[in-house]
Design a protein around this ligand. Sequence first.
Ligand code: SF4
Length: 492
Amino acid sequence: MKLEINEFGTASKRFLLNHELRGATMRGTENWNGKRATAYGELDDVEAMKQYAATVKDHTLANLDHYLALLADNIEQRGGHVHFAQDAQAAREAVLAVARAAGARRVVKSKSMLSEEIELNGALEQAGLNVVETDLGEYILQMEGEHPSHIVGPAMHKPKDEVLRLFHRLHEMPLDASVDQLAAKAREVIRDEYLTADIGISGTNFAVAETGSVVTVENEGNARLTTSVPRVHIALMGMEKVIPRIEDLGVFLKLLPRAATGQRSTSFVSIITGPKRAEEPEGPEEFHLVIVDNGRTGVLADPELRSTLRCIRCGACLNVCPVYQQVGGHSYGWVYSGPIGSVLNPALLGIEEAKTLPFASSLCGACGEVCPVKIPLPQQLVALRQRAVSHGLMAVGEAAGMRGFGSLMGHPSLYRLANAAARFSPKKDGKLPRLALPMLREWQTSRNFPAPAPRSFHDLWRTGLNQEDLTRADDTKQGPNHQPPESSRETK
Ligand code: SF4
């Protein structure tokens, strides 16, 4: 499921033409944007908290070998098992080995983007295991054979009508069922799965090295059931998810739900430390943590991109991104989407595999501002663009266009000549006519070049303003000389 050349362009165009999907994505992101702004506003000093979180993450990343070893020791002391997996295949094999040893047939899963990254479901099903996603959004996508389009709201792109049709087909629900009725039906269907599952597979939001605990943060309660009802619990974790101390957790638990969904806290926070103990009445008999590298060591060694490993997968950068809002998550072609995907996908897969993504940004800076762990996403996007260019990975027409523009801007005489040509060429409705250049064809379908000013800045600088220029400047200062329609000035 890796990116092909220019796939972003084709996929995003398909999404742009689908008004239903675009509308659902826009409503979902705007809803969370509003809530996040309110929730951030309630904190006394959100910037200090973000800085603290970033510092904790940087400290951990600088001492990652130490904290991962401490985490593993503490888990094993409490009766758990830790498996280190260098790549996706090793991670899948680790999970399958546990499943085989447990004689498992049925698996329930709670939401884990890492399981998408390592393509776990396919491997489990190929090995004959029955896998059921228990997060409502993930369940909908599993039934539809789709992948998540958002880190936090996996089915954000799905309009309600589509979900109604799905539940009508699968569970004979009426086509006008309410959201509550749909959720109740899903709960009824999925509850039975926990009782017959041999293994529960969860993601990990944080892992605390000093206590050997993994932490899951969720709203539906399905992760808690997944991690506690089946007799074996397997937690998946990217190696960057470890934090040193339990007291650091508090800041992350304040920032993550606020940044993600605008909540002060999620409905469920589970801190899991090893398997069930002798004195405990319930819980899994076995606990396994699979710690996955899958390219992260390379990112750690990259000074420009290392801070992407601070990411706590809150999805806030997706929600504020004007590109993500318009093109949705599937356009990015791999697991991670939006600004973090545009950096993380090339960082993990290599710039050759995801060369179009760093260009999928307006560089407005909103992602960097909203990030709760202060990842400089806009700067990283620019750095990756430079790498794409230096590796000769830009499309031929685009590279030629940029070279032409570079020559124009680098040679004053050429620039002046082009300016003069533009000023004296015939205009239509005050705009320049469209140029018949193939590389501009797409761009010009919705835009015209504005006509240049009658006199260039260079000319004005050299000769000063004349009476005509002064009159024009005066008109501009006074604003438009037309009046609003009479009716709009009536007092109501
Ligand atoms: S990069 Fe920052 S804003 Fe984006 S998902 Fe990660 S933590 Fe959240």
